[in-house]
Ligand binder design. Structure first.
Ligand code: NA7
Length: 539
């Protein structure tokens, strides 16, 4: 990239959202530069290379729908595609639409500053390169800032150790080794069930168990894929109807209107179905009514007890501090059965916390675990982490990092007062920030954002900013929607909790998600555009 490069729009992030936005803006004739700190495209799917990494969305609901030809070209191989397949898909998209010429890799954005006089954003990379643009669209991912535990001696370990996000590109020789995995979220679950049979010893350091459900993966035959291609309109229409953009639609009969035996029969059916059926195809009350949720949790606990031989161990795998589905649900294949193996050991950190990492392994209050490899599946500084890392400075020198210290506030999850001409795709409190099928959520945001910029061009305007009133009103709506949900009480990334990030570890609520559902969000976006963006200052 030439020094001082400039474009009408600068996009940050070459993942699912950034590539989509690049396509939409180029299609409308904008000059665009997309920068990414990674050496290649893919975002989440570039980095997460740990064994077992795969979708929890049905593959055929994950692709972009902006091009019928693209939908027709691409055949998914598995019902829930593994990471290499998804990365292959994104590379296929980039080639098909010739996206690479507008992407600058290895551009690690360390600062983005708004200049009122020129009405432009300037982005600076770690190596000093700069790029400027009238508009800045961030597509930095909601789970792109991995966090490590704050453990004494963490750097002293003599073997291999890494966060799952940074799983090495060269093969990791874990077969026959003593491996420790810290963390049992969706990532830990996928990793543990995949490597259990190959490693010599596997010590799983679990602080809190998660609820999980069977994934139900399998190959997609050529004939089945042909059928899917013929039904794409129907499939996407189903995604549009569902709150999170998945094919699973909630059962609207009303939990208490259905007799208990019928509820249990229904759950048995859902438990056998692939993907998030048991979570998102369930009664809506499981998300809002503690008694309904407790009954389902009991049903799911019984499933765990059936699958783990040792009753004491099974009890340790059943969450006691939160109900089923109030955190993002990990999906599994033989996860519980892995714990029936002699070489897999659960270390319950509630009884025996980790004291330190040593050169030879991990010491708990109870014993020392000798390890060859330590994997930290310890999650992310979710949604706002990427913004904090970059350092974004708006009008009057205000920084987003300071402004969001105690939690973010946005308008529509896309705009922040004081940060003109900035659009945060997948930003906090928007339709792309939580329990959603990510591509379905960001396709509306990226398309809508491109329409806004087109509107600016057509009307000869060059600056937009959310009003403080609009932002306050949206925030109040976000809080109101959140208060309806049982998830408000759970300590997970959904509520902005992270024990490894100072300030995010005190349990104070940080509103990261929009819980109003995709339909409400989509309708709001449409109405805002139809009003001529009335709640924004355009000049
Ligand atoms: P998650 O879901 O945030 O899970 C992180 C896990 O790591 C979870 O079990 C945590 O336990 C554990 N953790 C975090 N910090 C520590 C420390 N310091 N000590 C011990 N254990 C720790 O992240 P994932 O990567 O698994 O999944 C993220 C999303 O990716 C997922 O929701 C899907 O959408 C895909 P805790 O529960 O906090 O006690």
């Amino acid at each position: 990239m030439p020094a001082g490069a400039s474009a009408e729009v600068v996009i940050v992030g070459a993942g699912v959202a950034g590539l989509c936005e690049l396509h939409h803006l180029r299609a409308r004739g904008f000059s665009v530069v997309l920068v990414d700190r990674s050496p290649d495209l893919g975002g989440t799917w570039y980095w997460n290379r740990y064994p077992g990494c795969r979708f929890d969305s049905e593959s055929y609901t994950y692709g972009y729908r902006f091009s019928p030809d693209l939908l027709h070209d691409w055949s998914w191989q598995e019902r829930f595609a593994p990471q290499p397949e998804t990365l292959g898909y994104l590379n296929h998209v980039a080639s098909r639409f010739d996206l690479r010429p507008d992407i600058v890799f290895d551009f690690d954005v360390t600062g983005a500053s708004w200049d009122e006089a020129s009405c432009r954003w300037t982005l600076t990379a770690a190596d000093g390169r700069e790029v400027t643009g009238r508009y800045l669209v961030t597509c930095m991912g909601i789970l792109s800032s991995p966090t490590l535990p704050r453990l004494p001696g963490i750097d002293s370990f003599a073997g291999q150790s890494f966060h799952t996000y940074y799983w090495p590109h060269e093969p990791v020789e874990y077969a026959g080794k003593r491996v420790g995995v810290v963390g049992t979220g969706a990532t830990g679950v996928q990793l543990i069930q995949t490597i259990a049979r190959d490693v010599a010893e596997l010590a799983v350091f679990q602080r809190r168990p998660n609820w999980t459900a069977p994934l139900g993966n399998g190959p997609i035959s050529a004939a089945e894929m042909d059928g899917i291609k013929a039904r794409y309109d129907e499939i996407f229409a189903a995604c549009d109807r569902s709150p999170g953009g998945f094919v699973h639609d909630p059962d609207r009969r009303g939990f208490w209107n259905v007799p208990r035996e019928e509820r249990v029969r229904f759950w048995e059916e859902l438990y056998q179905q692939p993907g998030f059926a048991i979570w998102l195809g369930n009664f809506r009350e499981i998300f809002t009514d503690a008694a309904a949720n407790a009954e389902l949790s009991e049903f799911m606990a019984a499933k765990i007890r059936q699958r783990i031989h040792d009753p004491d161990l099974a009890d340790r795998m059943i969450p006691a501090d939160h109900g089923f589905g109030v955190q993002r649900l990990p999906l599994e294949t033989g996860y519980y059965e892995a714990y029936n193996r002699d070489n897999v050991h659960l270390v319950d950190l509630r009884d025996t916390p980790i004291e330190k990492v040593t050169p030879a392994g991990i010491a708990t209050t109870d014993q020392h675990y000798d390890l060859d490899i330590i994997v930290y599946a310890t999650g992310f500084d979710a949604v706002t982490g990427a913004f904090d890392r970059v350092g974004i400075t708006g009008t009057g020198g205000a920084t987003l990092r300071d402004l969001w210290k105690d939690g973010p506030q946005t308008y529509l999850g896309l705009f922040v007062h004081g940060f003109p001409n900035l659009i945060a795709v997948g930003g906090p409190q928007g339709g792309g920030s939580g329990s959603v099928n990510f591509p379905r959520a960001i396709e509306q945001q990226t398309d809508w954002a491109a329409d806004l910029l087109e509107h600016m061009r057509k009307t000869g305007l060059r600056r937009f900013e959310a009003t403080p009133e609009a932002q306050a009103e949206w925030f109040a709506h976000v809080v109101e929607m959140n208060q309806l949900m049982l998830l408000r009480n759970a300590r997970s990334w959904f509520t902005g909790y992270n024990s490894n990030v100072p300030g995010h570890d005190n349990g104070a609520p940080r509103y990261l998600l929009y819980n109003g559902g995709a339909y409400k969000y989509r309708t709001t976006l449409r109405q805002v555009a139809e009003s001529g963006y009335a709640a924004m200052e355009l000049s």
